[in-house]
Design a protein around this ligand. Structure first.
Ligand code: MRU
Length: 366
């Protein structure tokens, strides 16, 4: 996608063929800057500190973290250490483990002197696959948007989204926003209600920013507004992303997604989840019981960053001294609240049958 008219991806290899470059997402929307990752620790830090975030991008960054580690030391021991270090960075998005398993299984079978080149080639393939998967999700989602638009008299189509499941959360296109970009590009009028997504405000800082860069009409709303809009017919559908989806279609996504799904159900608003297949955890069924939910530092809740009129960015404390903070980063939306899963192979029901039918070749493992 484009930043100030210039094409960008979220992660790429620099001209030296080894250093990895990323967009530092902790600085958006106030400043656009890229940074270089040269070591395994740089990559682990980038994931942990959320310079890169979003399930597909975490997977891609972990793959390149393995490249950086293998470049420094191609031994089995170093590979295992890198795997463990990267796996420990964030617990919820299953793409992390998926990418690490993929990289390690591939490299283990190779002699050491071939591992560096093979690692970079495999990480490159993971990124290209991510782009192709999300582009296909965009195409299937666009067909669905056209069908909904055909039933609706007024334009534009009003779509609600939560957190950031746009191109910044992936290598390109994004998951939930891919159908929206394809709609915009094909001339189907859309308007996006963007949940601000406390506590880190990925909706406000990232989704609104990237939609603006692509010229998509959007309005930021406080997290609690969605239900009201749905009651008043102002939302035609919701599309969200996912950090992990179980084999029976329970969807783990950014905290607050579940409440949007409940409101959507109560108001007969279709609620779709954009689901790339590497985000399916085939080992799990019951998402509420089995998906580990990341709990982040309370400072994300108690502090907030903003730009002053002179352009400087400051971080301030908005909490009363002494109050405890609880910062659960994700929640699980049970499958029965979800209208459909938009995958790269098409749209299916959020159920064991729906996913099995769509991915008969994958059921036995990721
Ligand atoms: O904590 P984050 O920012 O890494 O959370 C990920 C997300 O942005 C969302 O939960 C998203 O909908 C899933 S990733 C496409």
């Amino acid at each position: 996608m484009r930043v100030d008219g210039q094409p960008y991806r979220t992660i790429w290899v620099a001209g030296d063929g080894k250093t990895v470059e990323i967009i530092d997402q902790t600085l958006l929307p106030h400043r656009f800057a890229t940074i270089q990752l040269r070591t395994l620790d740089d990559a682990a830090h980038a994931i942990k500190s959320m310079q890169v975030r979003g399930a597909p991008l975490i997977g891609a960054a972990a793959a390149y973290g393995i490249c950086l580690a293998v470049n420094a030391d191609p031994s089995d021991e170093a590979l295992d250490r890198a795997y463990d270090t990267l796996l420990a960075t964030r617990p919820t998005a299953v793409n992390l483990r998926w990418a690490l398993d993929n990289m390690r299984a591939h490299l283990r079978n190779l002699p050491r002197d071939r591992r560096v080149a093979a690692a970079y080639a495999r990480a490159h393939d993971i990124c290209e696959d991510d782009v192709a998967i999300n582009s296909a999700i965009g195409d299937h989602g666009l067909t669905m948007l056209r069908e909904i638009a055909a039933r609706k008299k007024q334009r534009p189509l009003n779509i609600l989204t939560h957190c950031n499941a746009g191109w910044l959360a992936a290598v390109d296109w994004g998951t939930a926003l891919a159908p929206i970009y394809k709609a915009q590009d094909s001339g189907l009028p859309v308007h996006v209600w963007v949940d601000e997504t406390r506590p880190r405000n990925q909706g406000m800082s990232l989704t609104a920013w990237e939609l603006g860069q692509h010229g998509v009409k959007h309005t930021v709303i406080a997290d609690n507004v969605g239900g009201h809009l749905m009651q008043h017919g102002m939302v035609d559908l919701a599309i969200v992303g996912t950090d992990r989806t179980t084999a029976r279609g329970d969807v783990c996504n950014k905290i607050g997604t579940y409440l949007k799904a409940l409101a959507a159900k109560d108001n007969d608003v279709p609620f779709y989840v954009a689901l790339p297949s590497p985000t399916i955890d085939w080992r799990l069924d019951d998402g509420i019981r089995d998906i580990p939910i990341e709990q982040r530092d309370g400072e994300e809740l108690s502090h907030i960053s903003g730009r002053l009129p002179d352009g400087s960015v400051v971080r301030v404390d908005i909490s009363p001294p002494g109050s405890a903070m609880a910062n659960f980063a994700f929640d699980v939306t049970p499958a029965h609240l979800i209208t459909g899963l938009i995958t790269e192979r098409g749209i299916c029901r959020a159920s064991a049958d729906g996913l099995r039918t769509m991915f008969p070749d994958r059921v036995s493992g990721n």
